[in-house]
Each structure stands twice: as structure tokens, then as C-alpha cells.
Design a protein around this ligand. Structure first.
Ligand code: KG4
Ligand code: ZN
Length: 356
């Protein structure tokens, strides 16, 4: 079964074709990902109007290019999958309207894919198993969420929300801290690169854990702490003030602090749910420092936050997507959509888009 996947929920315009074999395994036949980062960079974040305009302009070309690259004709497709929630509503409408037009013109079944479910199933693209039940951790520009994921009788994932951010999403915090430090946009990869030169212990930064059992997150305090260290308390200051720590030390300290918090919250969630496998997804999981620490600390003794408290190994399996499938991409939408189509789903031309 060959499926075209379309992703336009935020600032990537992407199309991919995935082939699902009879044993359920997947092969990526081709993909085009067009990042709008350069368009949003002058504003330090995604500007919805600019995102929509660029999706309108580029999506048909991206789909054509993808089909040409993988030498697939519309005739040979078995269905179309499009991210239809959650995301920027205007951007989602452009993706869903295009997908509906193609489904009508080519007479193909059409399914709407939940963007966060697709992030959690991205490991399928590199042959990893994603078998429920598991603890799902989505860390992206718009979300920082913990889910218990179970499978229903027909294999549809059932997500129970265990905790989420009370203010900034983690990717958003990376982007804002990078902007404060004058590193540019998107901030995640730039902070990661800067942090490689820095000492994570050189600057003292807060870790917000909320109460002792909470599975929620709060990243705005640490973002403000970085700002005060770099710019002082004057809201108009762009920094660095005299005596400010080194930029690379602030980047490393920030990255270390937020990963401390993530490790702690995921450990709590594993203890609470007694699940033993963790699947992570979303743009922030492209971060190699985060990957290394999560694998090391969730599967062995000891949390850096509470060195004196003995904690047993909590997970037998910690799974990340390949780095290229961490950030938004059409392949994960096609991968998730292929499973929905295989179950006979067809939303037809009634398919709608939803911001949440
Ligand atoms: O999943 P994604 O591509 O889009 C949303 O669904 O939001 O995530 C984008 C976010 C951005 O905030 C970006 O800064 C962050 O992922 N990101 C990273 C890295 N690469 C992308 N954050 C930390 N380290 C990275 N290497
Ligand atoms: Zn995403």
C-alpha cells in the first residue's frame, strides 16, 4: 500500500510517500521537507500569516516534487494522509484543503492524522516497534506532553494525558532563550551547538518541578532566569551586561536544567504508571544531549536531581525516532495514515482541521 503524507501544521511544508508492506513494515520511498525557518528568523518565531502564505505558495510544488523524486504516479497511490490537528489553524486548513482536492481529483481515500500521534510513531520509519502500552513523550515547539498510550481492540491508540506544560512548550523555550542570547532561529539546534562549547555547571539556573508528584512542566522561570543573567533586569536591554556569564555556559546550563526536569518527570510518570517503555517524539528530540541523557538515566540507576535518592532502573526501552524524523515531516504523517487506511478509514471530503 502506497500512501502520500502531507504536513503543514506549522512551519514545514512537507510531502512524502511511504509504502506499507503486508507484514505492516514501512518503507519511505521519498520525501520533500521545505523549512520556512529563514522566513520566520527575522521575527524570532513562527508568524502564522507568513507560514500560511508560504504553504499556499509551495505545497503543490512540494507534492509534485516528491512524487517525481520517488517515481510514483497518482494512479499507483492507495490513499492520502494529511495532518489535520493540532497546529496553526490556517496552516492546517491549507494542508487539508489541498489533500481533499487531490483525493477528489485522483479518487483516493483520505485520512486525517493527529500530528502528535504521528510524532510518537515516527520510529516505525526506521523499523522500530511501537507497541502499546507505552509512555509517550511529545516535546516540540507547541507541546510538552506526557501520555499513557494503550491500544484499543482495532489497534487505534488511546491516549490518556498525564501532564503537560503550564506555560511555554520546551521547543518554544529553546527558541526564546536562543533569541535572548542572540543566537537566531530556530533556537533548538543553535543552543545545542553553542552548549557543546560550554560548561553546564558554570551558571546556577532553576529547575521548576512544581509539587513533588506533579507531572506538569513550567519552563518560563528558567527562560526568565537566563534573560536576567544575560540582559540584567532592564526589559529594554539586549545584553550582554557587564559581568554576564559566557553565552556558551548559559546555553549549556539551560539545556542541562531542562533535561534534568524532563528526566525527573518521565521517571515520575514511569513510577506512577508502572509502564516500562518510553517513546519520545517531536522536534526537541533531535537534541543529542537530551537523547544521551534520557537513555542513560532512564535505564540505569540515579537521577542527577537527587543524587542521594536511590532509584531503580525505570525503563527497559527508550525509543527515539531517527533525528531526521524528529522535526515535522510528511513521512511520519504517511506512516500513521497508512495504518488508518489499512483499517479501512476514509474521512472523505468531510475532513476538517482542528487547532487543538
Ligand atoms: O516538532 P517540531 O518540528 O514542530 C512542532 O510540532 O512544534 O518542533 C520544532 C521545535 C522548535 O522549537 C525547535 O527549536 C526545536 O523543535 N528543535 C530543537 C532541536 N531541533 C529542533 N530543540 C532542541 N534541540 C534541537 N536540536
Ligand atoms: Zn511537530
Amino acid at each position: 500500500m502506497k500512501v502520500l503524507g502531507i504536513e503543514t501544521s506549522c512551519d514545514e511544508t512537507s510531502a512524502a510517500v511511504v509504502e506499507m508492506r503486508s507484514d505492516g513494515s514501512l518503507e519511505l520511498l521519498g520525501q520533500v521537507v521545505l523549512s520556512q525557518a529563514d522566513l520566520h528568523a527575522p521575527f524570532g518565531g513562527v508568524v502564522p500569516e507568513i507560514a500560511c502564505r508560504s504553504h499556499v505558495e509551495m505545497l503543490s510544488r512540494v507534492v509534485d516534487q516528491c512524487l517525481a523524486d520517488c517515481d510514483v504516479t497518482p494512479d499507483s497511490l492507495d490513499g492520502i494522509a494529511v495532518a489535520n490537528r493540532p497546529g496553526l489553524i490556517g496552516a492546517l486548513i491549507i494542508g487539508t484543503t489541498t489533500a481533499k482536492s487531490l483525493a477528489w481529483a485522483w479518487q483516493k481515500p483520505l485520512v486525517g492524522v493527529h500530528h502528535l500521534e504521528a510524532h510518537l510513531e515516527a520510529p516505525l520509519l526506521t523499523g522500530e516497534r511501537v507497541d502499546a502500552p507505552y509512555l509517550g513523550v511529545v516535546i516540540s515547539g507547541g507541546h510538552t506532553d506526557l501520555y499513557r498510550v494503550d491500544a484499543s481492540d482495532d489497534g487505534t491508540p488511546i491516549r490518556e494525558h498525564l501532564g503537560g506544560t503550564q506555560d511555554d512548550a520546551l521547543g518554544e523555550a529553546f527558541d526564546k532563550v536562543a533569541s535572548v542570547l542572540g543566537l537566531g532561529y530556530p533556537g533548538g539546534p543553535l543552543i545545542e551547538r553553542e552548549a557543546l562549547k560550554g560548561d553546564p555547571t558554570a551558571v546556577k539556573l532553576p529547575r521548576s518541578l512544581l509539587d513533588s508528584t506533579s507531572l506538569d512542566f513550567s519552563f518560563s522561570g528558567i527562560k526568565t532566569a537566563v534573560r536576567y543573567q544575560w540582559c540584567g533586569q532592564d526589559a529594554r536591554s539586549a545584553g550582554p551586561i557587564d559581568g554576564a556569564p559566557k553565552r556558551e555556559d548559559l546555553a549549556a546550563g539551560f539545556q542541562c536544567a531542562v533535561v534534568d526536569v524532563l528526566v525527573e518527570k518521565v521517571t515520575r510518570a514511569l513510577e506512577k504508571t508502572r509502564l516500562d517503555q518510553v517513546i519520545l517524539g517531536g522536534g526537541v528530540t533531535a537534541n543529542q544531549y537530551l537523547r544521551d541523557r534520557m537513555i542513560r538515566e532512564l535505564t540505569v540507576d540515579g537521577s542527577s536531581l537527587r543524587p542521594k535518592r536511590k532509584r531503580r532502573p525505570t525503563a527497559t526501552r527508550v525509543v527515539f525516532p531517527a533525528r531526521e524524523f524528529s522535526t515535522d515531516n510528511g513521512a511520519m504523517i504517511a506512516a500513521r495514515g497508512a495504518q488508518q487506511l489499512a483499517r479501512g478509514e476514509d474521512a472523505g471530503l468531510d475532513l476538517d482541521a482542528f487547532p487543538s
